[in-house]
Design a protein around this ligand. Structure first.
Ligand code: DQA
Length: 144
């Protein structure tokens, strides 16, 4: 049975390519999914995707990962990184190895982006590596 990885993206990441391209680049959300799928094929892992602009839906997706026997989660909680105890608690609840990814480096941006609630429950954090950060997270989880 192959390793099952779920990639979760939070609010406004569906707007990649349109949204602040000077920070997030010109590739679209679909381009991101295509890049990850290609790398997953190369690594021989099974990948699925979820994106939502709603905090509760993201909590539901993390809980569902437990029932779907997902082996690893890659999550970019976007703005909820800096506000959501609910996402932290969800990752703690399911105890699935989870890597936090940020396209930009929030630590070098506004002060309010310096806090990550979810980080305490994650096995790793990759930030500031652009879309490539998702591929690095995939490689980390595939080799775990
Ligand atoms: C982000 C950084 C967050 O601060 C921001 O709210 C996002 C995207 C990133 O990928 O760099 O929406 O998570």
């Amino acid at each position: 049975m192959s390793t099952k990885i779920l990639v979760i993206n939070g609010p406004n990441l569906n707007m990649l390519g349109i949204r602040q391209p000077e920070i997030y680049g010109r590739a679209s959300y679909q381009d991101l999914l295509d890049m990850i799928s290609k790398e997953a094929d190369r690594l021989g892992v099974e990948v699925s995707f979820f994106q939502s602009n709603h905090e509760g839906d993201l909590v539901d997706a993390i809980q569902q990962a437990y029932f779907d026997k997902i082996d690893g989660i890659i999550i970019n909680p976007a703005a909820y990184t800096h506000t959501s105890v609910a996402l932290l608690d969800a990752v703690k609840a399911v105890q699935i190895p989870t890597v936090e990814v940020h396209i930009s480096d929030p630590d070098t941006r506004e002060d309010f982006r310096h806090v990550s609630y979810i980080r305490a429950a994650c096995t790793g954090t990759i930030r500031g590596h652009g879309l490539e950060g998702y591929l690095e997270a995939l490689r980390l989880l595939a080799s775990a």
